[in-house]
Design a binder for this molecule. Structure first.
Ligand code: ADP
Ligand code: MG
Ligand code: ZN
Length: 498
């Protein structure tokens, strides 16, 4: 029997606010000078301390909800999620349960997924209706506000607790189980991260733990619509961990069914070093948490004016930008997706286009190719070269002032020394040879000096042509116009046939 995975993701994202979710302590635990300095009676759970909701965090949460096409609940409430753990000083986490701030949204997916079931589509009136869109939509079940826990620092025989992180605003974004491949889950997670970064609500810095994934996974026979027992893999702190853990878990469950067993619903951890999922506890159900409305916080009453004011703060999001780049600049979808993956890169690209006389297509080719290669290699930001300078360089290649290969040399030098392209071209003497007579002289010399190769070429060994071109490139230090050189070289060879 063939099995297919069913994947739903829960994504936890800390919000970039100055203060914590329910008190005025600094939320910037990363730059705290030492443990337990950004704390107060509220975030350490002292009796009698009263929480007050952070206005900025509510705005950012709604912003995320709107970006994910959710409807905002004008009336939403906080709830207590009761459980004990040393990193949870109150013995409960303030979260949202019955009425989250946002729900019933969707995110357009790049890779085609299994089509949603008809019933599923109908149950969500907010889904886009365009032809074919149902193929590429992951539904967002809910976006709710909660608070982060403290940090446990595990020593050899004991652990130390640092409350600087306790109470930092945390958003949980829960998808429906709409993903049918690991790639689709990865695509969804990547898009959520990009959107959070575009909105400026989260840095996406996974090594710092500000964004964490949980994968819910089940498998079922292909063709079946049932939702089987799932496992939940906690605290996946990188895209690599998400990928490997999901792949491992899918295989594990298939093996269980194939040997006639049953998957049990449980919470798993991911052991990155060994590459296996490990059972942590049998999965608790909602009733185990004894959720009840938070008595210390009033329900949130949001009105249309407040929501509208947030709506106008929505920037152009990656998906829309990608579509615009494809139509306005005639880019391929993959070029457009690459250039919109980071807002700073997309803005830089558009700035270069504004300065350049070259076509957006050639600007895109330079940025997606040689420019990104340098960025990754040198680990620097796009704006380490001014958009104007890069535009000048690209224009010099376009108008044949320099050759494409010289362009690469100049770009590397710009990254190295920060110089201006025109000056570098001068210093390195890279002006392209476009003078037909000069190129003809080079070609004639090469052909005269290599009668043996000329003979072999004319006898049918056509692969030698690249060798002749290589000789020309060497003789001119890559500065000869390649189109012209090719033409003259072919002509020269043919003339020697007689
Ligand atoms: P809980 O809140 O207890 O973690 P939920 O039922 O709300 O559980 O679902 C949590 C996540 O699990 C959601 O992302 C959902 O899409 C996913 N999920 C639910 N059922 C399945 C299933 N059978 N297979 C895979 N994922 C599932
Ligand atoms: Mg969960
Ligand atoms: Zn506090």
């Amino acid at each position: 029997m063939k099995y297919e995975p069913v994947i739903g993701l829960e994504i936890h994202a800390e919000l970039l606010t100055n203060s914590k979710m329910f008190c005025s302590c600094s939320a910037d635990y990363a730059s705290a000078p030492e443990p337990n300095v950004n704390i107060c009676p509220t975030c350490t759970g002292l009796p009698g301390a009263m929480p007050v909701a952070n206005k900025k965090a509510l705005e950012l949460s709604a912003l995320v909800g709107l970006a994910l096409n959710c409807s905002i609940n004008k009336h939403n409430t906080f709830a207590r999620k009761n459980y004990y753990y040393p990193d949870l000083p109150k013995g409960y986490q303030i979260s949202q349960y019955e009425l989250p701030i946002a729900e019933k949204g969707w995110l357009q997916a790049t890779s085609p997924l299994a089509p949603l079931l008809k019933g599923e589509r109908d149950s969500n009136s907010l889904l886009p209706t365009g032809e074919g869109l149902g193929m590429g939509v992951v539904r967002v079940r809910r976006v709710h506000i909660e608070e982060d826990t403290a940090k446990l620092n595990h020593e050899k025989n004991y652990a130390l607790v640092d409350f600087n992180r306790a109470g930092v605003p945390l958003l949980e974004i829960v998808s429906e189980p709409d993903m049918r491949t690991v790639e689709a889950a990865l695509d969804y997670a990547t898009k959520i991260r990009a959107i959070l970064r575009y909105l400026g609500v989260n840095s996406g810095d996974m090594e710092k733990g500000v964004l964490r994934f949980e994968a819910n996974i089940s498998v079922r026979p292909v063709g079946s619509n049932e939702l089987r027992k799932r496992t939940e893999i906690k605290n996946l702190n990188s895209f690599r961990a998400l990928t490997r853990a999901s792949q491992y878990e899918i295989e594990r469950q298939i093996k269980i069914y194939e040997s006639g067993g049953e998957v049990i619903q449980e919470t798993l951890g991911w052991d990155d070093a060994r590459g296996v999922t490990i059972s942590q506890r049998s999965k608790e159900d909602a009733q185990d948490y004894r959720y009840f409305p938070e008595p210390d916080l009033p329900p949130l009453k949001l009105d249309d004016a407040w929501i509208d004011a947030i709506k106008i703060r929505l920037p152009e999001l990656p998906e829309a930008k990608t579509a615009r780049f494809i139509t306005d600049f005639e880019l391929t979808p993959s070029e457009a997706r690459l250039l919109t993956s980071e807002l700073s890169l997309a803005n830089y690209f558009e700035e270069v286009i504004r300065h350049a006389k070259s076509s957006p297509k050639s600007v895109s080719a330079w940025i997606a190719g040689e420019f990104m290669r340098n960025l990754n290699e040198l680990k620097v930001e796009a704006d380490s070269i001014s958009a104007k300078s890069l535009a000048q360089l690209i224009d010099m290649v376009t108008d044949k002032t320099i050759s494409g290969s010289s362009g690469k040399v100049v770009l590397a030098e710009m990254f190295k020394s920060g110089g201006e392209p025109a000056q570098i071209v001068k210093d390195k003497n890279l002006l392209q040879l476009t003078d037909a007579d000069a190129i003809q002289a080079v070609v004639t010399k090469i052909l005269d000096e290599h009668p043996k190769e000329v003979g072999e070429y004319l006898a049918g060994k056509e692969t030698l042509f690249q060798w002749f071109m290589g000789q020309a490139a060497r003789a001119t230090k890559g500065k000869a116009d390649p189109v012209m050189t090719k033409e003259l070289m072919l002509k020269g060879l043919e003339e020697r046939r007689k």
